[in-house]
Structures are given as C-alpha cells and as structure tokens.
Write a protein that binds this ligand. Structure first.
Ligand SMILES: [Zn+2]
Ligand SMILES: [Zn+2]
Length: 206
C-alpha cells in the first residue's frame, strides 16, 4: 500500500438552486430540505486489488438522500448536533472524530441560510451537502474476507456475472466464491459492501 494515503474527508455545503418550493400546508413552520450526497472512497490494498480490472486503487460508490427537517430543530434545539449526527449516521457516515467538522459546517450553513435576507420568504430552505469520505468497510476484517476469494481465469467458454449480467470472457479474470459461483472482481467487491451472502445461492461467506 505504499504511497497510498487515506484521502481526507470532505464536506461541502451549499444552497440548492432551482428548487421547487412546495406549498406548505402547515402555516408557521419552516423546514430544511436537506439533500445529502455521499461519495464513499475506499482503498484497495494490494492483495484485494488483484481482483480489480486493472490496477484500480480507489473505487467509490455514491448515495443520495433528502431529509425534511423542521428548521427549529437545527436552529434552536439544543439537540441540533444530534439531529445532524443522525442524518450522517443514516447515510453511513460516522460523525465522530474525523467527521465532527461536518456537523459544525452543516449547522453553520443552516444558520447562514436561515438568516439570509434573500431567503426571507422561503418556507423550505433547500440545502445541499456533498460529502466524500472513506468507506466504513475500509477495515481489515472485511478485506480478509475479500482477499479470501479465489481468483480464476475463465477458460473453455465464457460465463455470465449474475451481478451485472455481463459476460466474463474467456481469458479474463473472475473471483470465485467458496460456493463456486464466479463474478467480476469489481462486481463482487461492490456486492460484499452490503452483504456477506453469495448473490446467486445465498451461501454465507465465512
Ligand atoms: Zn459483473
Ligand atoms: Zn453461490
């Protein structure tokens, strides 16, 4: 892994332009439409990168979700930090340690938006949050599981990858699960992010 530093977590906050303001039924309440997009980055250690197509070091997946939050909960509630931590937690981002600055940044942007004169008449404050951070699966135990997969070179006739439904051609590499099902290396690594079962036969990985 020499030369590969873990990337610093990033958190950008902004006001979403072109947001359609819904007619609010409940008069008097103000809300945040908090749209959070997270890009998870992980490092492929040497042994695991042998499954990647060709020398890929970082790979990532994106998640995007919107939360409707009562403005009072972010502006006045003493639990405001917990509200933001819960949002991060639901997105799979831990809010402790390295990520605590995100909580501060999101809250201070929320305050700035609420007090911006141009937003005076908005019932819904459309706020975007864009995060990039290291995948929580970037841990040793998970990599040992991924490393445990057998690398195979397809011979005889091509086989289909049940995850992407694409073909694994003769001569190209695949990753074989202990149950003997074969997938593209990249496909099964992505799959194992969320599951420890073979997508074809549901056999559990040890
Ligand atoms: Zn595939
Ligand atoms: Zn299987």
């Amino acid at each position: 892994m020499e030369g590969d530093e873990l990337p610093e977590p990033v958190c950008e906050t902004f006001q979403i332009q072109d947001f359609y303001q819904p007619r609010m039924v409940s008069e008097g309440f103000r809300f945040y439409h908090l749209e959070v997009e997270v890009e998870f980055v992980y490092l492929l250690p040497d042994l695991a990168s042998r499954f990647a197509a060709q020398g890929i070091i970082h790979t990532s997946k994106r998640e995007k979700r919107a939360f409707l939050i009562n403005a009072g909960a972010l502006l006045h509630d003493p639990r405001a930090k917990h509200v933001v931590r819960d949002v991060l937690g639901e997105m799979g981002v831990s809010s402790d340690g390295d990520h605590e600055f995100m909580v501060e940044k999101i809250l201070s942007h929320a305050i700035a938006m609420a007090s911006d004169e141009r937003n005076r008449d908005l019932k819904v404050l459309p706020m975007g949050v864009s995060i990039s951070c290291v995948d929580p699966h970037n841990d040793e135990e998970w990599w040992l599981m991924v490393e445990g997969l057998e690398k195979v070179v397809i011979s005889g006739k091509p086989t289909d990858c049940a995850i992407c439904t694409g073909e694994i051609g003769v001569g190209s590499k695949g990753a074989r699960m202990p149950c003997s099902h074969v997938y593209h290396g990249d496909c099964i690594v992505d799959w194992l992010e969320d599951s420890t079962e073979c997508p074809s036969c549901m056999a559990k990985l040890p």
